[in-house]
Design a protein around this ligand. Structure first.
Ligand code: H2B
Length: 106
């Protein structure tokens, strides 16, 4: 992992409330400790290509998704285990996931 990553900070309640505008494709989990998105691709190759791209970003920012894949479907849950809630890194990873989803035609 890169040594110069900024510290992880938990989102404030107002920042969590603003997530629906910032990340409209994500839903807040009950309790506000995580956000979720489900994606659908044309086939397994597209779904797995997307996951490979996201995996590289996850390593680069040292923040990793909880996810599952069934054929052309991918389900993702983002939370910050180290802090016990939603952080700026979840937002950064969600934004990277949204960009990758567009590239892989989710
Ligand atoms: N990913 C996620 N989603 N949450 C974390 O708290 C987390 C992570 N912590 N990836 C990182 C790795 C930490 O365990 C390492 C040691 O930096």
């Amino acid at each position: 992992m890169p040594p110069d990553l900024p510290p992880t900070t938990l989102l404030l309640p107002a920042e969590i409330d603003a997530l629906s505008q910032r990340l409209p494709l994500w839903t807040r989990e009950a309790g506000d400790k995580a956000i979720k998105r489900h994606l659908h691709f044309v086939d397994f190759a597209a779904a797995f290509g997307f996951m490979s791209a996201v995996a590289q970003t996850a390593e680069a920012i040292d923040h990793h998704p909880e996810w599952s894949n069934v054929y052309n479907h991918v389900s993702i849950r983002l939370t910050t285990h180290d802090k016990g809630g939603l952080s700026d890194r979840d937002v950064a990873l969600a934004e990277a996931i949204d960009a990758a989803a567009t590239r892989f035609n989710a």
